[in-house]
Structures are given as structure tokens and as C-alpha cells.
Design a protein around this ligand. Structure first.
Ligand code: GDP
Ligand code: MG
Length: 484
């Protein structure tokens, strides 16, 4: 870019007036753009926002965009009449005169605040509830807004609603010379829609091109980082839980556990075992909510704000298996306790085979160091309790659908996290390998402790493999069916 052009580029923050009819979703839009569920007040009743309230979008700590939420325009027909009574042609001056001549006890108290904001700000977002037909009152609102002579971006809200009339609105807006329309549902969030909003700004405000580009880049970076951090949280959880095991003191005790698992009697450590795994899941959920900036106050220990079917279920509730289309298998058929299995698989070998390997190796452990505990345990009679594979699958699906739900949750959303039915019940292609690898490395689990063997290159590789598959598929997986 030429130096003289640089001089023309504006790097001041852009101020935006968010205006529109009452209940169109102005405050909701603020919340979603600011990623702040606590901004302002949102309600179905009119006149919830009575004052102008502002919030900022930052690029590396510096304000790039100032957004001003305004009270709703209620009586736009009366307001337009009052403004048109002012004998002055040019729009902006007319609005100024209207404000100057306003009596103390005016009925247009709220509207005056909006008009002041229209005159002050650089750009206007006109928020539309597009479930509404294009009525005269909206045309009147737009006439008033046009007098401010600022670029206007009509924002079509409630686009996901069955009643929405997106095309009719676009048509009418085009009639009024407004073409830079965006569709932006303030409750169901879509990052690409937000990006399009900034791109429309860029098209309308050439002198701010670079600043807006930096804003787009910064938001994109932040979004990518959030997704990646959430994917890592899932991968870490899976490795931690899969690798986790509890030793059983003696062969006799383990036989008792095996019996009790198969007869559904309670095994005395079962509750604490379940608690540990549940806690790991809850921590991961909390981490993900935090990553996406959702309110910590909604997250109580056993009362996660996750509703609809499977999410109200405890991780170990057998109903999960059906919800996720998993085969309950032989354990459930026997009425065995859910969620715990005896690790008879020692690095993919049965205990008998591991013992044979140990014997064949003549206790030379270099070839199978990681089997040492298991092989030793065979001789000393120890066995291990671990999380059974069905529970691992349930854990995986729950995390994956949670991530999808959070990616599309606007900060104006008032309902619990709505997790739609899992359409794709496929596991990632490498699922078996991953689980197998994690099982072989009990020290990779941070469920209870982290020792020096925790942060190994091999573990990191496994975590990154899982992250990659979460990023690649965009859905739950490719080729392996959950039931296999
Ligand atoms: N389903 C849905 N509800 C929305 C949407 N935008 C706003 N709402 C709800 O509509 C009501 C009014 O929203 P609010 O942001 O207070 O409107 P304002 O008066 O323009 O500030 C609130 O109950 C919001 O939760 C949307 O895009 N979809
Ligand atoms: Mg409001």
C-alpha cells in the first residue's frame, strides 16, 4: 500500500449503534458478539433495555469495535410524524433539531436516546425479527434511520424459526436501497455468519478496511484456538480415563469382585471408582464451557446445564448404551455392574498369554517392560479394575456432541445446552488402537496422580492423534461402527 493511502486509513475504533424494534434481539446480539452472557437484560417483555449500554471488542487489548445497545423503537409511526413536522430538509440536521426542540416531559424519551446514538456512531446494525411481516412501522423506522446518513447493515434475526420470512425481508430491504443484509441468529451461533457480518462492514466502510481485517483475523485465531483447546480436553480425558486402573489386592479379592460384577451386587470400591471417572468427565465439561466463555455459575457439580435425554443421565446409567446405539453386550445380559471391567487384557494379551510371555522371556523385561506389572500380578495374584469399553464409548460420544453444541451456542441462549440426537454413531477409525495403547500405559492417566512417566512423547502423540481425528471428521468418525 502507498504511504499516502496509509494516511487515509482509519485506525480509530469503530462505533456501532445496535438499533431496532423492541424484542428484535438487539441485546441478544450484543451478548453473542461480546461473548458475554451477562451483558444487559434480555426478556420477552418490551422495554427491557431502557438505557444505552456499550461493550467493546478488542484486538490484543485495544478497542476495535464499540457496540451500543439501545432501547427498542416502539412508536416509530408517531416518532416519524414528529420528526417530519420539523421544517428542515437535510436528515441529519433534522434529527439534531428534533432532539434540541424536545420538551422535558417528552413521550419520546427512549427514542431520543436511540436518535442520539444514530447521530454519534459510525455504523448502524438494524436488527430485525424476521418472523414478523414487513409492516409499515418498520419502513418508518428505516426512514428515521436513513436520516442519520450512516451505513446500515440490516441483521436478520430469528432466521432458524419456521415462521421466518427471510426472502420477503431481503426484498423489502432492497427496495429501500439496503443490500448489505446479514443473517445472524443471535441464539444459534455460527462463526461464519459473524465473519460475514464483519466482511459486510468492510465493504461499507472502506477507510476502516485494515482495522476490520485485523478484527476478522483476530476473531478467527481466537475461534480456532477455542476449538483446538476443546479437542485437546476431550483427547486428554479419553487417555486419562482409558489408561486408568485400580489394583486389586489379591487373587481371592479379585475373584470376589468378578463374582459381584457378574451378579450386580455392589463391589465395595465401585462407588468411589465411579466417582473418580464421573469427576474426570465433569472437569472436562467445565473446561469446555470455560473455553467457550460460558458462565461458570451454571455449572454445579451434579447439575450440569445440559438437558435433553442422554445428558441428564449419569455416565454409568445403562440407558446411555441404548441412547448411543451401543450394544450392551454380555455384561448387561448378565446384569453385571455397569462401567467396570476386570482388565484381563494385558497389553492385548490374556493374563495367561502374558504369563507365558513372561515365562518365555525368562524374566528378561526389555521386550515387554510395560507388561511387567501385569505379568507380576499374575504370579502374585493381582488384577486390575478399569473402565469398560462401552463406558469409554459413551464418554466419547457425550464429549463430541457437547463440543458440537458449544460451537453453535450463542451467548444469548437462555436454554440449557441442547444436545441433539447423535446422528453419526461411528467411532474414529483408530479407536481400537488408541484405546489399546492407552490401556497399556496406566501411568499415562492423571486421574489420581501424575508421575514422571506422564508427559512422554508417546502419550503426546496419542493425544494429538485423537485431536486430529476430532478436527478432521467434523463428525464422530469414519469407518468403525460403535458396536464393533
Ligand atoms: N429463538 C431465538 N430467540 C431469540 C433470538 N434473539 C432473541 N431471542 C429472544 O427474544 C427475546 C428478546 O430478545 P432481546 O435481545 O431482549 O431483544 P431486544 O429487545 O431487541 O434487546 C429474548 O427472550 C431472547 O432470548 C433468536 O435469534 N432466536
Ligand atoms: Mg434489549
Amino acid at each position: 500500500m502507498e504511504p499516502d493511502q496509509v494516511a487515509e486509513m482509519d485506525s480509530r475504533a469503530i462505533s456501532v449503534a445496535v438499533v431496532g424494534h423492541t424484542n428484535a434481539g438487539k441485546t441478544s446480539m450484543m451478548r453473542t458478539l461480546l461473548r458475554d452472557a451477562g451483558f444487559g437484560q434480555v426478556a420477552i417483555s418490551p422495554g427491557t433495555t431502557r438505557h444505552v449500554e456499550g461493550g467493546s471488542l478488542l484486538i490484543q487489548g485495544e478497542v476495535a469495535l464499540k457496540l451500543y445497545d439501545t432501547p427498542g423503537l416502539e412508536d416509530s409511526i408517531g416518532l416519524l410524524e414528529a420528526i417530519e413536522n420539523i421544517d428542515f430538509e437535510e436528515g441529519r440536521r433534522r434529527l439534531q433539531l428534533f432532539l434540541e426542540q424536545l420538551p422535558e416531559d417528552t413521550e419520546f424519551d427512549q427514542e431520543a436516546k436511540v436518535i442520539r446514538q444514530l447521530l454519534e456512531d459510525d455504523l448502524i446494525f438494524y436488527v430485525i425479527d424476521c418472523r414478523e411481516p414487513v409492516l409499515g412501522k418498520y419502513r418508518d423506522e428505516l426512514k428515521i434511520i436513513a436520516m442519520a446518513a450512516k451505513p446500515v447493515i440490516p441483521v436478520l434475526n430469528f432466521i432458524q424459526d419456521d415462521l421466518s420470512q427471510v426472502d420477503a425481508w431481503k426484498h423489502s430491504l432492497a427496495d429501500l436501497g439496503l443490500h448489505a443484509v446479514v443473517e445472524f441468529d443471535t441464539v444459534i451461533f455460527n462463526f461464519e455468519d459473524e465473519k460475514r457480518l464483519y466482511q459486510k462492514m468492510q465493504a461499507l466502510m472502506a477507510s476502516y478496511h485494515d482495522l476490520i481485517q485485523r478484527l476478522i483475523d483476530s476473531r478467527q485465531r481466537q475461534w480456532n484456538e477455542q476449538i483446538r483447546a476443546a479437542q485437546r480436553a476431550i483427547a486428554e480425558l479419553m487417555v486419562n480415563v482409558t489408561a486408568y486402573r485400580q489394583g486389586l489386592p489379591s487373587k481371592q479379592a479379585s475373584n470376589e469382585v468378578r463374582d459381584s460384577l457378574e451378579t450386580k451386587e455392589s463391589w465395595e470400591n465401585k462407588d468411589s471408582f465411579h466417582r473418580l471417572i464421573r469427576r474426570a468427565e465433569e472437569q472436562s465439561i467445565r473446561t469446555m464451557l470455560n473455553i467457550f466463555g460460558f458462565d461458570e455459575k451454571d455449572v454445579k457439580n451434579e447439575d450440569l446445564p445440559i438437558t435433553n435425554g442422554k445428558w441428564e443421565l449419569d455416565l454409568f446409567d445403562p440407558v446411555n448404551l441404548k441412547e448411543f446405539g451401543l450394544d450392551a453386550g454380555s455384561n448387561a445380559a448378565k446384569g453385571a455392574a455397569v462401567g467396570v471391567g476386570i482388565d484381563a487384557m494385558t497389553g492385548g494379551l490374556t493374563l495367561g498369554a502374558a504369563a507365558a510371555l513372561g515365562a518365555a522371556a525368562g524374566f528378561v523385561w526389555t521386550a515387554g517392560r510395560r507388561y511387567r506389572d501385569e505379568i507380576t500380578s499374575k504370579f502374585t495374584g493381582n488384577q486390575f479394575i478399569c473402565v469398560d469399553e462401552n463406558t469409554l464409548k459413551v464418554l466419547w460420544f457425550r464429549q463430541v456432541v457437547l463440543l458440537k453444541a458449544l460451537e453453535h451456542r450463542g451467548h444469548a441462549s437462555e436454554s440449557g445446552i441442547n444436545v441433539a440426537a447423535v446422528s453419526d454413531k461411528k467411532l474414529p477409525a483408530n479407536w481400537k488402537n488408541w484405546m489399546h495403547t492407552a490401556r497399556q500405559h496406566p501411568k499415562w492417566s492423571s486421574i489420581l496422580t501424575q508421575d514422571e512417566e506422564f508427559f512422554t512423547r508417546e502419550r503426546e502423540k496419542l493425544v494429538e492423534d485423537i485431536v486430529r481425528s476430532l478436527g478432521e471428521t467434523g463428525n464422530v468418525g469414519d469407518t468403525v461402527n460403535a458396536d464393533t
